[in-house]
Design a protein around this ligand. Structure first.
Ligand code: AMP
Ligand code: MN
Ligand code: MN
Length: 321
């Protein structure tokens, strides 16, 4: 862990009057689970209501306590004594929460991206944690974790480990998840309803994207894309595309899966996954992104052809070494 001095997080929470929390843009399960887990833990143990800024939350997550109080749209707000950013590899990934962070008196970053260089007054970064929710859980006092907090943290761990199956899953991941189960978490329900269950339109977009995928580098790379036009046609948002790249990754013989999601005209949010050899975080970092060895992301501009060309050139370097 980069900064072991996390005990003062709880001192800072104790002292602060105004606390703000946020995560990365286009948040995933780990980001939302970590943020809401921390909001609940602070409410339960310190009697304080932290402001949570998140730009979109899937409908299947709204059973999590505190989700009803999430602030969207990043409105102006008085400065915070304490601002905590979770699951956010660098300050550029916050959508617009960086403005609260920069204005705050004291800041913490709690994150598990190996590519995170640190940007807060106190950085609690551990690239070996499978999820930010795992790291956060490990610095909480287990006796003070309520069922509401446990639900959030469990959801975060489930999502970043692909239900305990990705290579980031380690003994501590399972042990902390076991502790959360003992709080009364309904694991089957969380896993089915928030991870596996897909709406009809989510399945349609999954099927369409798989059908349009192409193989590159003698079948070692699989790539596909979802254009703005297609997103509009199906009326889908970012979270509707969760899981597509993971399905691409489990294609037989594949080392790297690439999914391009168009976020603005000719601007692509790239998702990268690998199986055994390629460190996709190195590829992402080349294009000012980041992430983990087996799951990373970045943003690139141009045609699908240009973007795939740039990415495969970098991937190829690692495959021939
Ligand atoms: P995704 O493909 O969006 O699910 O992201 C895979 C992993 O890489 C997640 O842990 C993300 O937080 C991380 N990641 C994605 N995009 C970026 C980026 N631009 N900078 C840093 N980390 C990223
Ligand atoms: Mn995340
Ligand atoms: Mn994460």
């Amino acid at each position: 862990m980069k900064n072991m001095n996390y005990s003062n997080l709880w001192d800072a929470v104790e002292k602060a009057e105004r606390i703000g929390i946020s995560g990365h843009a286009r948040p995933d399960g780990d980001c939302i689970g970590s943020c809401l887990g921390l909001v609940n833990y602070i409410a339960d143990n310190y009697g304080k209501k932290a402001d949570l800024y998140i730009d979109e939350i899937p409908a299947s997550f709204t059973f999590l306590k505190g989700s009803e109080d999430i602030i969207s749209g990043y409105p102006d707000a008085p400065k915070y004594d304490l601002f905590i950013l979770l699951d956010c590899g660098d300050l550029e990934r916050t959508a617009d929460a960086a403005k609260y962070f920069k204005a705050a008196d004291y800041t913490f970053c709690i994150d598990h991206h190996a590519t995170n260089k640190g940007y807060a007054d106190v950085d609690i970064i551990d690239g070996d944690s499978a999820a930010t929710a795992e790291l956060l859980c490990s610095i909480m006092d287990a006796d003070k974790i309520s069922l509401d907090t446990a639900n959030c943290l469990y959801l975060g761990i489930v999502h970043d480990t692909g239900v305990f199956k990705h290579s980031n899953t380690r003994r501590q991941t399972m042990e902390l998840a076991g502790m959360l189960l003992e709080k009364g978490v309904n694991a089957g329900n969380i896993i089915d309803k928030t991870f596996y269950e897909k709406t009809y339109v989510q399945n349609q977009i999954l099927g369409r994207t798989l059908m349009e995928s192409i193989l590159l580098m003698d079948g070692k790379i699989i790539a596909s894309y979802v254009s703005l036009d297609v997103q509009k046609l199906y009326g889908i948002s970012n979270s509707d595309m969760e899981g597509i790249v993971d399905q691409l990754r489990v294609t037989k013989g594949i080392e790297v899966a690439i999914l391009l999601k168009e976020v603005n005209k000719r601007e692509w949010k790239v998702s990268l996954r690998s199986n055994n050899i390629v460190d996709v975080s190195l590829v992402a970092v080349k294009f000012a992104g980041g992430g983990h060895v087996r799951a990373a992301g970045c943003t690139l501009h141009g045609s699908v052809y240009d973007v795939l060309n740039s990415l495969t050139r970098e991937i190829e370097k690692q495959m021939v070494e």
